[in-house]
Design a protein around this ligand. Structure first.
Ligand code: C2O
Ligand code: CU
Ligand code: CU
Length: 456
């Protein structure tokens, strides 16, 4: 059994001094105030030996950051890595300056330096955080964590489980194998060989019997796409990428890299019942973790599962929207060598252009320049034989159409485009700034499938 809730130390926000006449600094104090350090950390993933990981606050899984919808959050970040980094708050519609993208929104945080991230989360739900530099290595070695934004008016669940999915590429002795192999980067991405769920291999989470449990499932892997199912057991889909959906029974939900799924489970009345969670591949159900009931909550039966309140995302005006087209393509095996002798693989393009990583301060042109307040439709075409979870920073968009499936329009921050799929997303360009727009298979992004848009 593992601990499900890990609370970070608060840096004193709740014990503010209340000396009369000294309220000056208190008014500037955020409601949620954390200290987060990225540092090399030996991790116990395989029995053979320690893994030379990178971790937040010396632990994997990383601390769960909890914030409250509409309340200011500050994270004092300390870089104790030997590399530059920045931290990105995936899915949060925040101020552009806090988005954590090197060169685009802030200078890289050098080893030994600190940076204060301060923002307010307008939307509630399941989000996550990760570096946006040297991503194959920094995310691949452990720098990924859950960011939970609690509803301003929280729905009543009896318990909550965080299922953080991340695989590792390890040798028997615990050391890393190469985290990226060009032949895989040019296809579906380099997969790990050891799966962990919230830091443990095949964990069992204890939950009360006769209860309503909220399960937050986060795909924080570099490359792996999941298809989540509870098999014979019933669950209700509550939200995808933090955005509430009309409650519907879970059958199989595809979960691309970076995506999150919230489900509600009504547990049976008896203790000791196992409820497995699976990753489905065709007809094969691979168990990734389980819930197991402990003593029941005393009542005749749990009340109906609470629905999640909707988030305050603006409705795009489809009649006035301008349509922009984006084609995601496989570029072939291009391996240009830069002047400095570095090899930059370019396997993928967006609108015929590859962006092989942020190695310099020379930014390419934006993929599109949008006007603040206007509605847009992005027509996305995946002209490749691989799936791509396409993610847009700083905005929540509505998926309105696809030529591969029936769409009941829904809000999200990442759309998992199937091979050869053509889809439409729409949104109001209501958050000014420079926003990354990329595939979240980390190697795809690092070998070309990355760009940004501007809103001004
Ligand atoms: Cu998780 Cu650029 O995003
Ligand atoms: Cu993001
Ligand atoms: Cu991709």
């Amino acid at each position: 059994m593992i601990k499900r809730r890990q609370l970070l130390q608060f840096a004193g926000a709740t014990t503010a001094m209340t000396l009369p006449g000294f309220s000056l600094s208190l008014s500037r104090r955020p409601d949620y105030d954390y200290v987060l350090t990225a540092e090399p950390t030996p991790l116990n993933i395989v029995p053979g030996g320690a893994t030379p990981g990178l971790a937040f606050n010396g632990q994997f899984p990383a601390p769960v950051i909890r914030a409250k919808q509409g309340k200011p959050l500050r994270i004092h970040f300390i870089n104790k890595l030997s590399q530059e980094t920045t931290i990105h708050w995936h899915g949060i519609r925040l101020d552009n300056a806090m988005d954590g993208v090197p060169y685009l929104t802030q200078a890289p945080i050098k080893p030994g330096e600190t940076f204060d991230y301060e923002f307010t989360c307008p939307d509630a739900g399941t989000f996550w955080y990760h570096p946006h530099m040297h991503s194959i290595e920094q995310l691949g070695k452990g720098l990924v964590g859950a960011l939970i934004v609690e509803e301003a008016d929280p729905p009543a669940f009896d318990d909550e489980v965080i299922v953080g999915l991340k695989d590792w590429r390890l040798k028997k002795d615990g050391n890393f194998m190469p985290l990226s192999e060009p032949r895989h980067a040019a296809r579906a991405g380099t997969l790990g060989n050891i799966a962990t769920v919230s830091g443990t291999r095949l964990p069992t989470f204890s939950v009360p019997a006769n209860a309503n449990v909220r399960v937050r499932i986060l795909n924080m892997d570099n490359s792996r796409q999941f298809a989540i199912s509870l098999g014979e057991n019933k669950a209700t889909v509550l939200a995808l990428d933090a955005m509430p959906l009309p409650p519907q029974p879970l059958s199989v939900q595809a979960l691309g890299v970076g995506m999150r799924l919230d489900i509600g489970v009504r547990t049976p009345a008896e203790a000791g019942v196992e409820i497995p969670i699976y990753d489905v591949k065709g007809r094969f159900h691979q168990k990734i973790c389980s819930l197991r009931t402990t003593s029941p909550i005393r009542r005749s039966s749990p009340p109906p599962l609470p629905a999640l309140p909707s988030n305050p995302v603006s409705e795009p005006d489809l009649t006035a929207a301008e349509t922009l087209r984006f084609v995601f393509e496989w570029a072939g095996a291009m391996t240009p060598v830069s002047k400095s002798g570095h090899v930059h693989h370019e396997f993928w393009t967006i609108n015929r252009r590859a962006w092989a990583g942020m190695h310099t301060a020379d930014l390419p042109e934006p993929l599109a320049e949008l006007s603040l307040g206007k509605s847009y439709i992005f027509e996305l075409f995946n002209a490749t034989p691989h799936g791509h979870p396409i993610h847009l920073h700083g905005l929540i968009f509505k998926v309105i159409k696809s030529d591969k499936r029936d769409i009941t329009p829904f809000f999200t921050d990442t759309i998992l485009l199937e091979k050869n799929e053509r889809a439409q997303i729409a949104f109001v360009a209501d958050n000014p700034g420079k926003w990354m727009y990329h595939c979240h298979v980390i190697e795809h992004m690092k070998t070309g499938l990355m760009g940004y848009i501007t809103i001004s």
